[in-house]
Design a protein around this ligand. Structure first.
Ligand code: HEC
Length: 205
């Protein structure tokens, strides 16, 4: 046999060998020549534990403990309400920086449904509507008169047909969006109505 034919046959044999390995399922753990951290013993979420009496790996936090950075004692900031449930004026000052951020976040999270102007005619509602109940316009007297805290609450927990956004939008960004909604309202409201209809703080700014 000529050396070239020999090589060729060898290569074909190797390829066939490799191909036969495909989809061969083995019960045995893979061979790790270098045992690195990927193969260490560890508990995986939801797995069983033989160490703890209740057999669960994931432990419930000890009662009355609060994880670091999770203490959300400031009701106004985290819930938009006082401890006795009254909606508050924004605890975050609507500085130009905050408002710029709010506009950006609004355009991402709210504009698709509520529209750039806040009239509730966003592209989702006008072009591909699946909502039988369109959002109310931000110029509805009820929304114009609502406290900042109420808007924060709607963003956080949703309302009727609108989903909650607290998972996607961090607290500070939610307040900045409230600021932007107030800007939209102020920009389109005649001067004569501002102090009358908007909450005092928003009208004054
Ligand atoms: C997927 C579409 C959608 C998105 C995105 C959305 N909304 Fe809504 N929103 C709605 C709908 C629909 C309603 C009306 C709900 C109802 O009355 O059943 C609503 C209602 C509201 C209301 C009026 C609440 C009331 O008292 O009637 C406010 C304020 C509001 N949204 C603010 C926001 C803000 C701020 C954002 C961005 C963080 C946002 N929404 C994102 C669909 C949306």
């Amino acid at each position: 046999m000529r050396p070239r034919t020999f090589l060729l046959l060898g290569a074909v044999a190797l390829l066939l060998g490799a191909a036969s390995c495909r989809e061969a399922i083995s019960e045995k753990p893979p061979v790790h020549l270098q045992r690195n951290m990927a193969t260490q013993q560890k508990y995986k979420p939801q797995s069983e534990s033989r160490w703890f009496e209740d057999g669960s790996t994931m432990r419930t936090p000890v009662e009355h403990t609060v994880a670091r950075g999770e203490l959300r004692a400031d009701d106004a900031l985290y819930r938009g309400k006082t401890a006795d449930g009254q909606f508050v004026d924004s605890p975050v000052a609507f500085t130009p920086g905050v408002l710029a951020r709010g506009r950006e976040r609004y355009d991402i999270f709210c504009l698709p449904c509520h529209g750039a102007l806040g009239n509730g005619r966003g592209p989702v509602m006008t072009k591909y509507t699946t909502y039988s109940i369109p959002p109310v316009s931000y110029f509805d007297p009820r929304i114009l008169q609502a406290k900042d805290g109420y808007l924060f609450e709607v963003i956080s927990n949703g309302i009727r047909n609108m989903a909650a956004y607290k998972a996607q939008i961090p607290v500070a960004d939610r307040w900045s969006i409230v600021g932007h909604v107030r800007e939209l309202q102020k920009a389109q409201l005649p001067d004569s109505l501002r102090g009358y209809i908007l909450p005092q703080t928003a009208a004054a700014k």
